[in-house]
Structure formats: structure tokens, C-alpha cells
Design a protein around this ligand. Structure first.
Ligand code: GAR
Length: 188
């Protein structure tokens, strides 16, 4: 039987879509049992809907503090008994309490060769610094932002004509391969 995974998103949802496609294959070890978006207008919600995947919007602004927001999130996730919680463009920082609740079960994809370029605007910073390579990294989520143990990484060459937009597209293509592949290897 396929294991449950929960995917947390905040926006476009292209990584979510790549995990859905992989999970639709018979031999993939997991299925997405729930998608939660931190943002009501996330395009990824439409992707979940189209694929008939249960989804919720849980916006921080509906709660008086972060603890209550996360309690709601935890309640919804626990019901799925997930083997993995996959952050896919989820743009909120999770608390120690949340991370400990799902110890070693939360993974994230980040658009840089970690430990380089943690945080935002990774492509712009890599180009400005004259880096030869960029890429993407799947890592465990710990309290340190983008600092957990690296599980998988893909490197790509930055060409002199690359802009943050072209580089982002190239890296994203790799993200769509590496993320489902990593989930598959973790759960097989
Ligand atoms: C992806 O490039 C992902 O690596 C990045 O946000 C984008 C989400 O795209 N995540 C981070 O920067 C997390 N620190 P998507 O919504 O189309 O999957």
C-alpha cells in the first residue's frame, strides 16, 4: 500500500505537480493525501483540485499567533499519518515545536547548491557573485533555515547570458526531477 505524504505550498505549485505526476505511477511508494497552502491565492491549489487531492488553505492571518496557526496545521497533518511532509515552495518558517513533532519527516527543496545561498533571491545572488554553477538541493528541515542535512543535490552550469529568470527556469526543470526521485528513494 502506498504511504501518505503531505505537501505544503505557498504559490505556483510546479513542484507539487511534478510530485503528483510521479505519484500517479503504479510503482511510486507514496501518494499525496493532503495539500495545505499558506496562501489562499496559490495557483498550486488549482493543481491539487484538478487532481482531486484533498486540500486546505491555512493562512496565518486567520490566527492570533503563530502557535495557533501551527496547531491547526499539525492537527490537519497528523490525521494523514504521513511518512513525509514535503515543503514545495512553502514560504513560511516552521517553529522548533512543529519540526520536533515530525522529526526527520520534513523535507524541503531549495533553489541553490546549499549550503550556499540560503534564503531568498538565490539566482540573482549567485549570478551577481559570478558563480560558475547553481542548482537545487533537497534537505531535511531543521530549525536552522535551509540548514538541515542534505539528501540530494543537482548542479547546473550558469551560462554568461543567464538572467535570474532563465537560471530559475533551468534550475526548476531539475527540481521537478530531483524532488520526486528523492521522495521515492526515501520511502522505498
Ligand atoms: C521553487 O523554485 C523552490 O525551490 C523554491 O520556491 C519555488 C517554488 O516553486 N523554494 C524556496 O525558495 C524555499 N526556500 P513552485 O511553487 O512552482 O514549486
Amino acid at each position: 500500500m502506498k504511504k501518505n505524504i503531505v505537501v505544503l505550498i505557498s504559490g505556483r505549485g510546479s513542484n507539487l505537480e511534478s510530485i503528483i505526476s510521479a505519484a500517479n505511477k503504479k510503482n511510486f511508494p507514496a501518494k499525496i493525501s493532503l495539500v495545505i497552502s499558506s496562501n489562499r491565492s496559490a495557483l498550486g491549489l488549482k493543481i491539487a483540485e484538478k487532481n482531486h487531492i484533498k486540500n486546505f488553505v491555512v493562512e496565518q492571518k486567520e490566527f492570533s499567533n503563530n502557535e495557533l496557526y501551527e496547531e491547526d496545521l499539525i492537527g490537519k497533518i497528523v490525521q494523514q499519518d504521513p511518512s513525509l511532509i514535503c515543503l514545495a515552495g512553502y514560504m513560511k518558517i516552521l517553529s522548533k515545536k512543529f519540526i520536533n513533532k515530525f522529526k526527520d519527516k520534513i523535507i524541503n527543496i531549495h533553489p541553490s547548491l546549499l549550503p550556499d545561498y540560503k534564503g531568498l533571491n538565490t539566482h540573482e545572488r549567485a549570478i551577481r557573485a559570478g558563480e560558475k554553477y547553481s542548482g537545487c538541493t533537497v534537505h531535511y528541515v531543521t530549525e536552522e533555515l535551509d540548514g538541515g542535512k542534505i539528501i540530494a543535490q543537482e548542479r547546473i552550469l550558469i551560462s554568461p547570458s543567464d538572467t535570474p529568470e532563465t537560471l530559475s527556469r533551468k534550475v526548476l526543470e531539475r527540481e521537478h526531477i530531483i524532488y520526486p526521485k528523492t521522495i521515492e528513494s526515501l520511502l522505498s
